[in-house]
Design a protein around this ligand. Sequence first.
Ligand code: CTP
Ligand code: MG
Length: 248
Amino acid sequence: MSDETRPHRTAAVIPAAGRGVRLGPGAPKALRALGGTPMLIHAVRAMARSRAVSLVVVVAPADGAAEVRLLLDEHPLPDRAEVLVVPGGDTRQESVRAGLQALPADVTSVLIHDAARPLVPVDTVDSVVEAVRDGAPAVVPALPLADTVKEVEPGRPGEPEPVVATPDRARLRAVQTPQGFDLATLLRAHAEIAVDGEGATDDAGMVERLGVPVVVVPGHEEAFKVTRPLDLVLAEAVLARRRATDAY
Ligand code: CTP
Ligand code: MG
């Protein structure tokens, strides 16, 4: 079958193996409750809610795959979505790679979605999928910035840092997930691009380094990442508003 006639199959990989150091002590971030339900379950439902997604691969903390499997079995998900669980790695990049390795051969495109963005609306997911199916090899949802950004020369902790530059805010975007990819392109990025230290925090950045074009589609303010304690307060408020305004 030629590439043009090969049917689309889109899977989602959810890296959920991080500890959540910036959120403070407690359970791994993805297993913390939001509105009484683990953040990871919200994230899986957010992907499975898209009719385009027929497989979700959850990348669990390396020592927590059995616990995550139990959680998934306890919480109802749409029937059409198959959910696999694999153990993650020490960096987000290694975790994403472990998820990609679990994909069956008929998958043609993939969404990479942070478990830490549990409240992304389905319309945002669908617009990323659509842009990939329309032929973009890499798609990121993103929003304009509210704050002006300064580039600094990082100094010693506690010391004032000299400003090096002020990029034009109108040209900057804050990127979110799910990021969508032609699977062959993302696999090539993972095979060819080595990233030092912490690894890549952004999958599209690796594809950019291949020289492959990446495009931005509109993100959504509810796709914010739960990173620090105040983000939990905001997430609870968003859930409470959804519960009050629809039969969510
Ligand atoms: N992630 C992962 N494997 C890792 C590190 C991160 O799967 N080794 C995942 C996290 O679970 C999260 C996503 O990558 O869903 C985005 O990372 P981040 O928000 O930085 O989460 P943590 O790394 O858990 O948080 P922190 O950096 O504060 O420790
Ligand atoms: Mg992290």
